[in-house]
Design a protein around this ligand. Structure first.
Ligand code: NAD
Ligand code: WQD
Length: 339
């Protein structure tokens, strides 16, 4: 299939491009490079041994630019990664987050419809479950209260696409609810490249290990979990990437609306991650226990059985490989793509 990949220069998009090409698909990337570096696309091309990945630098809110892309290509489907994703920043800049994520998706869906491309895979998030009512979380678990504008945009955009599919059953909409993506491509050539102080656990750990930060702050050790620290379902980004290739099957089968949790089904605490990282990589990660972080929940991991049953997709990598590959990327690229 020929796939439009919005946000394809970013962390998950760049890894997904590799798996798409490996599976015989082709792609055109549209990204405004707000949170990414075009070097990532060069390295993807190098990994999959093609001259270049077709790329248009454009904002998905720019209707004219999108129209031009659709006029030049006939897409079978869109994988829609483009969006702003920093939870804390979304609390400080709600209007920017709502405007970018909502408007961007509205323009994209409208232009897709106009050009007869009614197949979309959307990057949703476990955040839509809020403080989950059931653990492990199945797709039937009711959506919960999102504590931040970023999460609200994911939840609302899911609803927008469900309503669109209901109104026009020609649409095939696959909502992938990612759990906590970490790791990097095993080549060490592409990986997560956060700007400024990382919000997420793994990039913070790797920056402590490389000496860019003094110590990790562990946010709370009084949660009702085995060691008191927060438990999450970490998933290797390469597994997450292959889930998108598998999700194309739901489009191929004209499944209409399909929703899948994309995680491993295993919950690991913050200290499990730190200890595994230290053991696997033989480096030090000093840490200090701090107050809980506002808006955090105790435990979040999924039941990935639905994706296994319907898409034949299952995560292959464990926590050790996630820690190994995150470190491999960081130590080979201490300053990200500008190294
Ligand atoms: P990322 O920031 O690395 O990638 C997103 C890309 O979208 C960036 O390259 C950015 O430049 C681009 N972009 C943003 N707004 C745009 C716009 N208006 N027009 C064109 N391009 C635009 O983030 P990621 O971690 O790769 O996440 C990809 C998607 O997955 C996002 O939608 C994110 O919300 C979602 N998601 C991420 C996680 C996670 O923990 N990384 C978890 C769940 C869901
Ligand atoms: C994991 C655990 C923290 C940093 C977020 C978004 C979610 C999704 C994935 C996009 C928690 C603890 C963290 C640190 C710490 N993104 N922690 N010290 O919060 O589960 O999910 O990213 O959709 O929407 O909310 O991920 O990596 O920030 O935190 O102790 O410096 O690590 O308290 O228990 P989270 P995270």
């Amino acid at each position: 299939m020929k796939i439009l990949v919005t946000g394809g220069a970013g962390f998950i998009g760049s890894h997904t491009l590799i798996e798409l090409y490996r599976a015989g698909h082709s792609a055109v990337v549209v990204d405004n490079l707000y949170n990414s570096d075009p070097e990532a696309l060069k390295r993807v091309a190098e990994i999959i041994r093609v001259d270049e990945i077709p790329f248009v630098k454009a904002d998905i809110r720019d209707r004219e630019a999108l129209e031009e892309v659709f006029a030049a290509h006939r897409f079978d489907a869109c994988i829609h990664f483009a969006g702003l994703k920093a939870v804390g920043e979304s609390v400080a800049k709600p209007l920017e987050y709502y405007e970018n994520n909502m408007n961007g998706t509205f323009v994209l869906l409208d232009v897709m419809r106009k050009h007869g491309c009614k197949n979309i895979i959307f990057s949703s998030s476990a955040t839509v479950y809020g403080d989950p009512a059931i653990i492990p979380i199945t797709e039937e678990c009711p959506k919960g209260h999102c504590t931040n504008p970023y999460g609200q945009t994911k939840s609302m955009l899911e609803q927008v696409m469900m309503d669109l599919q209901k109104a026009d059953p020609e649409w095939n909409v696959v909502l992938l609810r990612y759990f906590n993506p970490i790791g990097a491509h095993p080549s060490g050539r592409i990986g997560e490249n956060p700007n400024g102080i990382p919000n997420n656990l793994m990039p913070y750990i790797t920056q402590v290990a490389i000496g860019r930060r003094e110590k990790l702050n562990v946010f709370g050790n009084d949660y009702p979990t085995p060691d008191g620290t927060g438990v999450r379902d970490y998933i290797h980004v390469v597994d997450l990437a292959t889930a998108h290739v598998a999700a194309l099957q739901a489009i191929d089968r004209k499944q209409g609306l399909a929703i899948y949790n994309i995680g491993t089904g295993h919950g690991y605490s913050v200290l499990d991650v730190v200890k595994t990282f230290v053991k696997v990589n033989g480096v030090e990660v000093p840490y200090e226990i701090k107050e809980r972080r506002a808006g955090d929940i105790a435990t979040c991991y999924c039941d990935p059985a639905k994706a296994a049953k319907e898409l034949g997709w299952k995560a292959q990598y464990g926590l050790e490989e996630m820690c190994r590959d995150s470190w491999n990327w960081q130590k080979n690229n201490p300053n990200g793509y500008q190294s």
